[in-house]
Design a protein around this ligand. Structure first.
Ligand code: FA5
Ligand code: MG
Length: 419
């Protein structure tokens, strides 16, 4: 079909026109900050660590199963809510559908929140194996390992009955064994035999059983991927003669794997255009270890307030990062943060701040204290915001001005009462 041919030949996705993403639709919650990341395609810049690790994983699967996995790098991040959610069996009331978690272009169209959005359409093309890499978008908390735009690689492999029969196993057992072997092999190939890994039972609507793989990194267990045996109805509904087949699927976080491989301590560095970062990586070089160049000190600001029913941590994070509601800038309904940043205030700020209040200067937002008043039953939260620049020292005046705006925004937009 024409659609299949278009998928097979997808070119590098350019940023869509602004008006197609910041639509002014009542359901639209995409911000300027998020729009500014579209079309960057770190996974397609040959010397960027995200592309280097992508290529290393492609090479691993190619060496293991020559010719089996077809790769797709150019599928567009704006997808239907149907493919992002319904086609992978995400229940109608699942939290991931909420506008608190997902960026909506309009009620039926989203910025994909995972590469699983492409499972069904690629199964329909009939490939027994495929790998899909792309940028994905989520309203999420902020810290060294979470960013609202990141890159995933989806992998799917379909098996025929003769394969599990030959192994003397049932289809689900066989697929689970093959899946874990493939991913453990990948981890050993990327990180060496001594890497500390563990499997954790998980839940995804589209796989059963489901697992997550964690790697011990910088003193903590870091989740790097989710996977499992594909729910049979997805194969039945999409793959040619799917009902006789069995499949596994995984979705891995490329930033997380690149952080482990190259010893990159903070996810924001991937978006830094700084030569001191970029020149440390080269296509095909898996031995590079990141050498830190930021000796700039962090600056902490604490903020306590009585929470309101409107309050969510994701709203706070978005506000702190300074992601102005798009429509807002154009005077429409999505009144979130715009009031905070007046054009006049923005003109003398650096580029990294211009996108809103804190931008990438916000390293982390953490809840450090919470209590409920015994008499009034009101809950008070105290959040600590860590500000730090990778490029320069921040001045007290600058941070105080940012923090003042954050406080104004928190009380004005999130309807909480500052203490
Ligand atoms: C998923 O997205 C599933 N679609 C994965 C999957 C595919 C499961 C196929 C089964 C079958 P999850 O939300 O856990 O799962 O994300 C997968 C990986 O993306 C995580 O393990 C992590 O490595 C990475 N990740 C998730 N959120 C972020 C974030 N905010 N910043 C950076 N990486 C992230
Ligand atoms: Mg997970």
């Amino acid at each position: 079909s024409a659609r299949a041919a278009a998928v097979e030949a997808a070119p590098v996705p350019a940023a869509p026109p602004r008006s197609e993403v910041l639509t002014g639709d009542p359901a639209n919650n995409v911000t300027d900050y998020i729009y500014s990341k579209m079309g960057t395609n770190l996974h397609l810049q040959p010397d960027h660590p995200i592309c280097v690790i992508k290529q290393a994983i492609y090479n691993y699967f190619q060496a293991n199963q020559p010719g089996l996995f077809k790769t797709f790098d150019g599928l567009h991040p704006v997808v239907s809510a149907h493919s992002n959610f319904d086609e992978v069996l995400v229940p109608k009331d699942h939290v991931s559908r909420s506008p608190n978690d997902t960026y909506y272009v309009n009620a039926d169209t989203v910025l994909r929140c995972h590469t699983s959005a492409h499972q069904a359409e690629l199964l329909r093309l009939g490939h027994p194996g495929f790998l899909v890499t792309g940028d994905v978008y989520r309203r999420d908390s902020i810290d060294a390992t979470h960013y609202p735009v990141f890159h995933q690689m989806e992998g799917v492999r379909v098996f025929s009955p003769d394969e599990w029969t030959a192994a003397g196993l049932g289809p689900t057992e066989f697929a689970e064994r093959e899946l874990k072997a493939a991913l453990e092999g990948m981890a050993r190939t990327l990180f060496g035999a001594n890497i500390e890994c563990r499997w954790v039972d998980a839940y995804f609507p589209f796989t059963n059983p489901s697992f997550e793989l964690e790697i011990f990194f910088n003193g903590k267990w870091l989740e790097v991927l989710g996977c499992g045996v594909m729910e049979q109805v997805i194969l039945d509904a999409n793959y040619p003669d799917g009902s006789g087949k069995k499949a596994w699927a995984f979705g891995l976080g490329l930033e997380r794997l690149a952080m482990v491989l190259f010893d990159i301590p903070d996810i924001r560095l991937f978006w830094s255009g700084d030569e001191r970062f970029l020149r440390q990586f080269k296509a095909g070089d898996l031995k590079a270890k990141f050498k830190s160049y930021s000796k700039f000190p962090p600056c902490y600001k604490d903020m306590a307030f009585w929470v309101s029913p409107e309050f969510t941590e994701n709203n706070l994070c978005e506000l702190v990062r300074g992601e102005r509601g798009a429509g807002e800038w154009e005077g429409t309904h999505y009144g979130r943060v715009g009031a905070l940043v007046k054009e006049s205030d923005m003109l003398h700020l650096d580029d990294d701040v211009r996108m809103g209040i804190g931008g990438d200067l916000v390293e982390e937002v953490t809840l450090i204290d919470s209590f409920t008043h015994p008499k009034t039953q009101r809950t008070s939260n105290c959040f600590r915001i860590t500000y730090r620049s990778m490029e320069r020292s921040l001045t007290d005046d600058e941070i105080n001005a940012l923090q003042d705006r954050v406080r104004e925004g928190v009380s004005g937009e999130l309807k909480v009462e500052l203490r």
